[in-house]
Design a binder for this molecule. Structure first.
Ligand SMILES: NC(=O)c1ccc[n+]([C@@H]2O[C@H](COP(=O)([O-])OP(=O)(O)OC[C@H]3O[C@@H](n4cnc5c(N)ncnc54)[C@H](O)[C@@H]3O)[C@@H](O)[C@H]2O)c1
Ligand SMILES: O=P(O)(O)OC[C@H](O)CO
Length: 340
């Protein structure tokens, strides 16, 4: 099987390693980086020192770079093309691949930043695809997964979501292995809402832990955050049970509690008094929740939904509330019934 991964950040590299390390079947993996210097460094050192240090690139990985052209031979030879960029790179990649017959999957989790001004709202990956590449057979690979653990072969379960069975099947064939279980799901709306909203909630729990508010408070945020995620997803057309799965509850638990999370780290740093741009710059990696949060709230408001935790996170990121004020605002809300 021939797999191409476009984007050599932490997660694209980890999945390239996961696919290339499989025994018993011929695998050729091409890892494309937009930065020629980074690509040369990976070729010579057999390591992605910038984004995934300490992990050796297996021989089955070849590294490509240069301007990405839809007619590049390595793209035409692929059985599966995986887009490993952040949400900010997805639209351009899908435009480039729009006429390709090969199945495509993206890895990014979030809402794209609004295109065309602040009054517009951002889109999920499948909505961007519908706009720019409607004929492309595509889907998303999501679920609880820190790149460093996958690259080291630690047990992980993911979900492959697409409306096309052929894309789900191709993702399972490409990545399912003894250490990496891939479940299939046809609810791409639910899977994408889960991946986007859990990032914002991880900022909230990072803040909660950074302020030392306690484990009770964190459990409350995770549980009521799951209710917000489900509320938004169902209103956008998802199935409620998807939020009990890997891309919903699973990824929320991982990201909201795991110290490898960059989104959680942003919340912890804000709690310590760092400003947002310093916190983001200190990561060296993307934290999608920072860029998606406003769209989560915007879309919830358009649908008439109440999402108080998400509202508090946006107020905090925009500097309208300080950390302690955000907590006070959440606790001061009127009593209500528990349900969704
Ligand atoms: N790191 C993880 O553990 C992990 C796990 C699951 C999902 N994700 C998601 O995967 C996506 C990528 O995360 P990451 O951790 O690999 O990010 P990262 O910050 O480690 O790397 C991002 C990479 O994308 C490249 N890039 C950015 N814009 C690009 C563009 N327009 N064209 C080409 N390349 C571009 C950068 O040069 C960099 O190599 C995010 O949406 C993230 O939420 C990450
Ligand atoms: O480090 P984060 O917060 O971007 O989270 C990484 C993955 O999405 C966890 O599943």
């Amino acid at each position: 099987m021939n797999i191409v991964v476009l984007g050599a950040g932490a997660w694209g590299t980890a999945l390239a390693v996961g696919a290339a390390a499989q025994d018993g079947e011929f695998r050729q993996v091409t890892l494309w980086a937009r930065d020629a210097q980074q690509a040369e460094d990976m070729r010579t050192g057999r390591e992605n020192r910038r984004y995934l240090p300490g992990v050796t690139l297996p021989p089955a990985i070849s590294v490509a770079d240069g301007a990405l052209d839809a007619s590049a031979p390595f793209l035409n030879q692929a059985d599966l093309i995986v887009i490993g960029t952040p949400m900010s790179g997805l639209r351009g990649m899908l435009q480039t691949l729009a006429a390709h017959p090969t199945p495509v999957a993206w890895l990014c989790k979030g809402f794209e930043a609004p295109q065309g001004g602040e009054s517009m709202h951002g889109l999920l990956g499948h909505e961007v695809r519908a706009q720019v590449a409607p004929r492309l057979k595509a889907g998303v690979l999501s679920g609880p997964s820190f790149a460093q653990e996958v690259a080291k072969g630690r047990p992980t379960a993911l979900v492959a979501a697409s409306e096309h069975a052929s894309v789900r099947d191709m993702l399972v064939a490409a990545f399912h292995s003894p250490m990496l279980r891939i479940y299939a799901n046809d609810d791409i709306v639910g899977v994408e809402v889960g991946g986007a909203v859990k990032n914002l909630l991880a900022i909230a729990t990072g803040l909660c832990d950074g302020l030392d508010l306690g484990l009770n408070a964190r459990a409350a945020l995770v549980t009521r955050g799951l209710a917000e995620m489900t509320r938004l997803g169902v209103a956008l057309g998802a199935r409620a049970d998807t939020f009990m799965g890997l891309s919903g509850l699973g990824d929320l638990v991982l990201t909201a509690t795991g110290d490898l999370s960059r989104n959680r780290r942003v919340g912890q740093l804000l709690a310590k008094g760092m400003n947002l741009s310093e916190a983001v710059d200190s990561l060296g990696h993307v934290a999608e929740g920072v860029y998606s949060a406003r769209t989560v709230v915007q879309r919830a408001r358009l649908l008439g939904l109440d999402m108080p935790i998400s509202e508090a996170v946006v107020a905090l990121l925009e500097g309208r509330l300080r950390p302690a004020q955000a907590v006070a605002a959440l606790m001061a809300r009127d009593p209500k019934d528990e349900g969704l």
